[in-house]
Design a protein around this ligand. Structure first.
Ligand code: FES
Length: 354
């Protein structure tokens, strides 16, 4: 650590800059020079495909606070939009990194996603983003298994590509089965790279909307007959992942990552009553969907980031009522508790401070 950095991180510097902290002042003149937080500069932007919502890969140069990432992990990315910081989770798509390495994020401009649309459509080379350290358990073990199976759907390909690229960079000699589902060949990202892999990588790109078979256990057995004996990583929309989990119901060889939670109401929980959003004075009947969606359907705009119960951006105070965590099924009827509304559904009359 340089003398300047030591001084900037000293108790004296902290005292002089209270209550905002040293980084709030440094970032006004040199955003990449903040001493406690991770920032990353966009060094290139590659347009992947323009079929459907456009997709871009951003290559980022993190500052010295970045500790690197393991293949399969994600980061929270923050951007200032209309004077307010918005945060969203994105998987790192490049191979595992160490401090000082460049990393890539690939994202589709989700029509409802302020952050993804900003990054794909408005971000420019040289822009500096807020970044968290890497997070997540969707990672590969050490030592590696003899063969692996990777399954992804849509944008779920990004952490899987990080795993694939890491295995290839490490010179992995086992068989890598990779089954990916996309909307159509025109929507396929990384297409050229996927068509030019070494012989130990068996890639199957499938487009069910264009006539290819959709995912079923039988179809997977046809593609990868020994799938049940393989350590398997699957990432994609909730519908696909739930089917893959059924395939591996009796196995502990599956690791999964959703990029969007299931908003299906749980069949064993009856959603009754109504939720009052006390600050706005709005109310609607409960239908078993997360409170974030229920609020948005009423025209409210609560803050959110990952929409997966991870980043805490959507934390709101529930003053009364019972909620169910749609990811874990856990039910809570505590009054005056902070809940993540992206993964909490009301199961009776409920009041939330929104
Ligand atoms: S939006 Fe990230 S926890 Fe709810």
């Amino acid at each position: 650590m340089t003398l300047t950095q030591t001084l900037l991180r000293s108790p004296l510097a902290a005292a002089l800059t209270t209550p905002h902290g040293v980084d709030r002042y440094i970032e006004l003149v040199a955003p990449m020079g903040v001493v406690d937080e991770v920032r990353a500069k966009i060094v290139s932007i590659h347009r992947e495909t323009s079929a459907g919502a456009p997709v871009a890969t951003l290559t980022l140069e993190p500052n010295r606070r970045w500790r690197g990432h393991q293949a399969g992990q994600y980061v929270q990315v923050g951007v200032e939009i209309d004077g307010r910081r918005r945060t969203r989770c994105f998987s790192v798509s490049s191979a595992e990194s160490k401090p000082g390495d460049l990393i890539t994020l690939t994202m589709r401009a989700n029509p409802d996603g302020l952050v993804s649309r900003h990054l794909v459509e408005d971000a420019r080379v040289g822009d500096v983003l807020f970044l968290s350290q890497a997070q997540g358990e969707f990672t590969i073990p050490n030592p590696l298994p003899a063969s692996v199976l990777l399954i992804s759907g849509g944008s779920g390909i990004t952490p899987v590509m990080s795993i694939l690229r890491t295995l290839l960079r490490r010179g992995y000699g086992g068989t890598i089965h990779f089954v990916h589902y996309a909307q159509s060949p025109d929507h396929q990202i990384y297409e050229a790279e996927l068509r030019d892999l070494p012989p130990n990588v068996k890639v199957r790109l499938l487009y069910p909307e264009c006539g290819d078979p959709a995912y079923t256990t039988e179809e997977l057995r046809g593609l990868v007959p020994d799938h049940a004996e393989l350590d398997t990583w699957a990432c994609g929309p909730a519908g696909l992942i739930e089917l893959v989990q059924e395939t591996y119901a009796d196995s502990d060889r599956l690791k999964v990552e959703y990029f969007k939670t299931s908003t299906k109401p749980a069949s064993d929980v009856v959603a009754e009553g109504a939720t009052s959003f006390a600050v706005s004075g709005k109310e609607s009947a409960n239908e078993g969907v997360p409170l974030l969606e229920q609020a948005e359907a009423l025209g409210l705009s609560p803050e959110y980031g990952c929409r997966m119960g991870i980043c805490m951006s959507c934390t709101s105070r529930k003053t009364e009522g019972t909620v169910r965590n749609v990811m874990t099924g856990a039910v809570s009827d505590e009054p005056d508790e902070d809940i993540q509304i992206c993964v909490s559904a009301a199961v009776g009359d409920c009041t939330v401070q929104l």
